[in-house]
Design a protein. Sequence first.
Length: 290
Amino acid sequence: MSSIETVPVASQARAAAPSEIRRLLREPSAVIGATIILFFIVLAVFASWIAPYDPNSPDWMAIRAAPSAAHWFGTDDLGRDVLSRVIFGTQASLSAGIVSVTVAVLIGLPFGLMAGYFGGLTDMVISRFADALLACPFLVLAIALAAFLGPSLQNAMIAIGISAVPVFVRVARAETLVVCTEDYIAAARSQGLGHLAILTGQVLPNVLAPTIVQATLTMAIAVLAEASLAFLGLGQLPPAPSWGAMLDVARQFLGEAPWMAFWPGLAIIALVIGFNLMGDGLNDALNPRH
């Protein structure tokens, strides 16, 4: 009976994958979000070919020049092309969103699985530690960690990733508690499977879907956090372009050169909207209650 219980679960999961992809493609928010994200990925990967100028090369004859045929987005306080700096700034924002969330998932997911599966003292210790981190606002914790580690893009990504860990601990723990009540988990145990085999073969596949949805939504928060840290001087160091650092410089010239703030601000908004739309679409496609 136990083998009859476990095999159909895996078969059904494989059969459900194409239907979930079809549902995802039918979600307008997911398609729009994926298109926006893909657009920024192309900008980041091919920045050297797309950008019309060197992002760090000043033009002393075009200080804070208004948008024109030569400089579509205008220039900044040093005569650097704003369009080129926005394009190259995509690399820092996407790196912060993807790398920091990957760090958070790799740390938070295993601890969440252990807390939900083993329960007892293990659950109590992990949950209390996660609750302690959640008691501190996300951005405040990220700023504190980045200030402790020192200003750089790498340290900013580490700070953002650590700050997002408790969210994934909570998500993985909650889903694991639900999965462990299913009959196929009892069947796997009756077969003599070890804890590691059950966690990786039975529990983890059922926890991945909500984790992926949460990761996509958290990437939007990570992009905002990286821009905030760069704005405060705790992220990407100058002269390397960063949207947050560009806003920090632009606030001094809002009256005479508003384009310096408009374009990096618009880029941040667009990328955050893209990740949020993608997360909502994934939630609608992967959530069985929908």
